[in-house]
Design a binder for this molecule. Structure first.
Ligand code: ADP
Ligand code: MG
Length: 281
């Protein structure tokens, strides 16, 4: 694919918080996330179910407004944008794959219609840069079903069409919530190949929520959430625990399994090592 210079959008989150207010109980789903992603970077967002991944993605895509804290997509602070500006941002610059593929799609249209529909708002000048719908569907192994209505497709096919729709405009940022959850390995690999190609061609910044370690490995940088906070980061050069603003550190899962919350530990600094010793009651 020929290259169009970087339109990638950076992400910056400062103490981002989201609280679901549902009748009597408030659920703090995201509790103070600080995160920086460079323009054109590719990251995987990992973490157990309920750790706040989808909620964080929803804020970054402007679908739900932060309860507290601030987030910037490129130069725009999302809390400062009007509803109309947010719609424009999602139509032109941010591709979003919601969890549960079919929620993104026009059910009566064909796969090709859905991709074309996503490209309708792009100016004529930029249109020549875009991927052709059939080429895009072909890259995902969907050439054979390009003219079938969405409602007749299998879940894994719908999921890939949703991804094709989300990247159809060569977005500056792609936010994809578990885009490979219904795919077998070859289909998943086709998705990863396409994400790399889109990243290279458009400079697209890519954030993928996933449970699949291979997806994390291919994307290069992993950010892990637990209880609404970022606890770990992984890059090609190793795995790191991130010290929170309140001084907390997330223990790796295998240690947490041995040392449940409430365990008392002695923390000692010894040259450039920190030693944690369990104190038995
Ligand atoms: P993940 O995507 O990591 O599984 P979510 O962001 O979906 O996590 O959820 C984070 C927390 O917020 C969970 O405790 C979940 O039960 C809660 N939650 C998610 N959506 C809603 C909602 N619409 N109303 C109330 N609570 C919600
Ligand atoms: Mg989720």
């Amino acid at each position: 694919m020929s290259s169009v210079p970087g339109v990638g959008l950076s992400i910056r989150c400062e103490e981002l918080v989201y609280i679901y207010c549902t009748g009597d109980v408030d659920v703090v789903a995201v509790r103070g996330v600080d995160l920086d992603v460079d323009a054109g970077e590719r990251i995987a967002l990992l973490g157990p179910s309920g750790s706040g991944k989808s909620t964080l993605l929803g804020m970054l895509g402007g679908l739900i407004p932060p309860s507290a804290g601030r987030a910037w997509i490129g130069d725009d602070e999302i809390g400062g944008l009007t509803e109309r500006q947010l719609l424009r941002m999602r139509a032109d610059r941010v591709g979003f794959v919601l969890q549960g593929a079919a929620r993104n799609l026009l059910p009566y249209g064909t796969a090709t219609d859905n991709v074309r529909f996503a490209q309708r708002s792009i100016s004529r000048a930029r249109r020549s840069d875009l991927l052709q719908p059939l080429a895009l569907l072909d890259a995902l192994g969907l050439a054979d079903i390009a003219d079938q209505p969405m409602a007749t497709l299998a879940g894994g096919e719908q999921q890939r069409v949703a991804l094709a729709v989300a990247v159809a405009n060569g977005p500056g940022l792609l936010l994809a919530d578990e885009p490979t959850s219904q795919l077998d390995e070859p289909a998943r690999d086709a998705v990863l190949d396409l994400l790399e190609a889109v990243n290279e061609r458009f400079g697209t910044t890519i954030v993928v929520v996933t449970h699949d370690e291979e997806v994390g490995r291919r994307l290069g940088r992993t950010v892990s959430m637990r209880f609404g906070q970022v606890g770990h980061e992984g890059r090609k050069d190793g795995q790191f625990t991130v010290v929170g603003k309140d001084g907390s550190v997330h223990l790796p899962d295998e240690i947490l399994a041995e040392w449940p919350p409430g365990t008392r530990v002695v923390v000692e600094l010894d040259a450039d090592h920190v030693r944690l010793t369990r104190r038995h009651p």
